[in-house]
Design a protein around this ligand. Structure first.
Ligand SMILES: [Zn+2]
Length: 128
């Protein structure tokens, strides 16, 4: 009946869509996700950056990437946080007009290595 693609396929337009998706390189992009640090503007693997989310005007660290809404990515280093604050990169990243509080992120970065916060969901995972 109707032709949704330029290619001629006996199976119909659906098959064309499937082929397009597979050839679009999405697999590669997912294997090496990269983000730009809002502080030093260096690209880095997503896993090496700390996700920052905003809750009621306060930047909060989101190391597990579970908070909803817009996210910004930052090297987990106080120097990069300082750069981001000085450049006002965080309000820009979150499309906010006013300044955003960064105390929670600063406290998170200031934590000595190896002294990670207790994981609340550990019991849940063990039960499954
Ligand atoms: Zn950085």
């Amino acid at each position: 009946m109707a032709h949704y693609c330029t290619g001629v396929t006996p199976q119909g337009p659906r098959r064309c869509v499937e082929v397009d998706l597979k050839a679009s390189g999405r697999t590669h992009a997912q294997a090496f996700p990269e983000r730009t640090c809002v502080g030093c503007r260096t690209r880095a693997a997503k896993g090496d950056l700390l996700r920052i989310a905003v809750i009621e005007g306060e930047c909060v660290p989101d190391p597990r990437g579970t908070l909803p809404g817009r996210g910004a990515y930052l090297h987990p280093a106080p120097a990069c946080l300082d750069l981001a604050v000085r450049r006002r990169a965080l309000p820009r990243a979150f499309r906010e007009r006013g300044p955003l509080g960064t105390d929670a992120v600063r406290a998170f970065l200031g934590r000595p290595a190896g002294e990670a916060p207790p994981r609340a969901s550990r019991g849940e995972q063990a039960q499954r």
